[in-house]
Design a protein around this ligand. Sequence first.
Ligand code: FAD
Length: 288
Amino acid sequence: DQIFADARTAGAQPVSFEMFPPKGELTLERAREVAAQFATDEPDFISVTYSAGGSGNSAATARIASMISTEFGIPTVAHLTCISLTHDTLAEKISEFRAAGVENVLALRGDLPAGMSEAEAGDIAFPYAKDLIPALVDAGFCVGGAAYPEGHLTCDDLPTSVKHLKQKQDAGAGFFVTQLFFDNDYFYRFLELADAAGITVPITAGIMPFMSKQQITRMVFTCAASLPSPVIKILARYEDDPESLRQAGIEYACRQLEDLKAHGAEGLHVYTMNRPDVARACMSALRI
Ligand code: FAD
């Protein structure tokens, strides 16, 4: 919770950005350029995603997280997924993170490999994020987890999703970052459920500005996020005008962030898609 405590001490809601090394394509040099631009907006922390497929990606996550905190003085959160880990490979990841000076980790399950069912996942070393969290806490990391304001894609209902979230808190998660959502009312209702379930650690709201119809369609199906009618109207209005659609997507995210700020959200996390212009627009809206 230290990353949240530092921001709160300064009397503000923590605002954070996400960076990703997509399939190893984000070289350290390019990540440095993006981070340098992000740094001018002074986010409270930057989280760096973990690409479970392929090899060497946790090293990329650790290297980028380390570069951001040492060169720009911005706290970082390194993501780690557990679905493919064994006890031995987890020990290797922990050593790798320690060697890179990583202090905060977002503990994730990761998506199931194609064709694997939730029932089959029960046979592997770390079937759920809640099984990874204690190992990371024991290793001395400050650990967070993912939260789903509309319920996780493969979870039958929201109350069950909240029950699983509570298990992550009980396992030692000190903060949560939410899946993206386009309708803040889902987030507010989710906070009530989380509160009733005894979740007391900070929950930071994740917002992704939409950039194209193709992107938002993918998000809706991979994240089970609802599309409210104002978003559908924007998509229809700018169907043949990609640049106006992009601008409208950023503006929509800015309005969501302003509303969340006004409602006292404990943290605001921007899925920046490695785009400094997106981060800048969101930060400017929040400063007003
Ligand atoms: P879990 O909390 O383990 O939940 C997975 C599923 O199992 C859910 O349906 C849950 O309801 C269910 N479940 C949990 N506990 C139990 C239980 N005890 N019994 C039965 N069912 C249970 N993916 C990446 O590959 N790399 C990333 O860097 C990454 N970053 C992310 C960041 C955020 C903020 C979010 C929201 C997601 C991110 N993801 C990332 C995606 C994430 O890996 C997927 O959403 C994944 O499917 C679930 O991960 P989880 O940690 O929430 O899993």
